[in-house]
Design a protein around this ligand. Sequence first.
Ligand SMILES: Cc1cc2nc3c(=O)[nH]c(=O)nc-3n(C[C@H](O)[C@H](O)[C@H](O)COP(=O)(O)OP(=O)(O)OC[C@H]3O[C@@H](n4cnc5c(N)ncnc54)[C@H](O)[C@@H]3O)c2cc1C
Length: 562
Amino acid sequence: ASSNPAICPVEPGATVSDACASYGDLDTLNTRLNPALRELVTETDFFSYYRLNLYNKKCPFWSDDEGLCGNIACAVTTLENEEDIPEIWRAEELSRLEGPKAHHPGKKEQKELDRPLHGELGENVGESCVVEYDDECDERDYCVPEDESASAKGDYVSLLDNPERFTGYAGEGAHQIWEAIYRENCFSKPSANEQSQGAGSLAPPFAGFSGMQGQAAQDLKSVMKEHGRQLASQEGKFEDNMEFDDECLEKRVFYRVISGMHASISTHLCHDYLNQSTGKWGPNLECYKQRLHTHPERISNLYFNYALMARAAGKLKDYVQDYTFCTGDPKQDRRTKDMALKVANIIPAGPEIFDESVMFRENPLGDTGISLKEDFRNRFRNVSRIMDCVGCDKCRLWGKLQTAGYGTALKILFEFNDEQPAPALRRIEVVAFFNTLDKVSHAIKALSEFQGMLADEKGFPASEIVAEKPQQTITEEDVLDDDDAWEQAKPKPTPFTEWEATKNELRLVWSATRFVLKSWIEIPQTIFIILITELCRLWQRWLGLEITPRSWEFRLPTTDEL
Ligand SMILES: Cc1cc2nc3c(=O)[nH]c(=O)nc-3n(C[C@H](O)[C@H](O)[C@H](O)COP(=O)(O)OP(=O)(O)OC[C@H]3O[C@@H](n4cnc5c(N)ncnc54)[C@H](O)[C@@H]3O)c2cc1C
């Protein structure tokens, strides 16, 4: 099959850089893995509830009010004319958690194996499968244990009742979080100024962890760079357009995990988007084009995360075999274990898709990668702390869960080895890990759907859709007999008529006209809001108070808005 860059932003035959598999290999793996994962996370109590302290943790980095973006002007930026939108569609409502909640039981109640949560999650929920009994934390954790420094042990929430989707959370608050998260990227190249001062790369309040410096760091960088070059020239496989530049592998991995998580969140919100004109939920192609299609490196990072998570799941096979999923209900226990094993068994057990052993290795001068690993771990823990600053309940839930999921994957990759006994995983780590893998897997599937929609829109025949996956469910046998199944299940080309093209054009003209008219009508209100905001800021300046950041800006409309 040929690749049409207008539809498929990455070359399917290319190897995902820093991983060992091609995009096509990972797509093929996903056709088998996705249904098994979906089954696991939607049909077992163990995996469909999560415990976290969602409301009682203060943002440790800045005042919550700053990050929350609670003022009306910001709401206008977030969702245009919020007041005109029916209440249930407003960002505030969309971001709220749904479904029953249950408090974590105390030690005495935990002993009541049958109903330690007193039925608070509903009559049919197997509580012995949901409650976490062991709250011990381990110094080898890559994320902050949920109960750290909090007396309350948090709430149990249903992940099925609160799907990751569009919430309307945007604007300065959301940007501030992403910015802080990316600033955690270890080994950032110091600016000339910073170099001369010998300072780390992070601005306060993130200055707690030092950047990698000194001769040892430089040597390690060279080793990693060399390893990257070797990979690139292997067996004539061609790399995607991610370059091996002057960065060390660990820095790239850290950045790619974060960017891949960001890309996964963007894919989910574009795929389950609220059309505010019709009130219907569904994929938003413009959103996909803007946030992902035009940024192939983000898609590459998403695939990288898939390779990393899948490798960790493959490594977990023996652990899952011996793991006790629930106590008190042997039937549920067996069912949950069977499903988790099914997932782990689909994935190759060796480092075929991702080889973590090249990270944190000794360099030629004998310096160990231990301090590098500690720095990496500390920074990842910091990212999980930043999640407490997310000003939208549902986003915070999924942000915290996914950070815990990637943290667990890193723990599995780097702490489960032959040299030392494997650390025990807590229940929430296991739940977070498999749900995060499901999220990435679902995002990869959604990308194919978007590419199919794009092909339809452009009138390309479906044969051009290289990364397109079959619409129908594929059995294991079908996948083994790959080429036939692929051909049969491939969607048939949709005829593209002149009339459809004209209708499309007319629709665009109408949207643009409506946008212009609406903007004109809103001018008095917008000027009023700007005036009030600026007067407030002037007043604050005059009184010597802290000045509220500007919540409006001049910018061209995005294609989404048109
Ligand atoms: C932890 C967290 C969870 C969230 N969950 C949800 C949710 O469930 N539903 C929802 O509707 N919104 C969610 N949001 C908000 C959402 O991620 C966006 O911030 C929001 O939609 C505004 O998008 P934007 O286009 O302004 O760019 P943003 O996505 O906010 O990105 C900010 C900047 O980061 C850069 N960037 C974007 N993507 C990448 C990438 N993959 N790799 C590297 N750089 C990138 C770009 O320069 C961009 O301008 C969440 C935000 C956070 C911080």
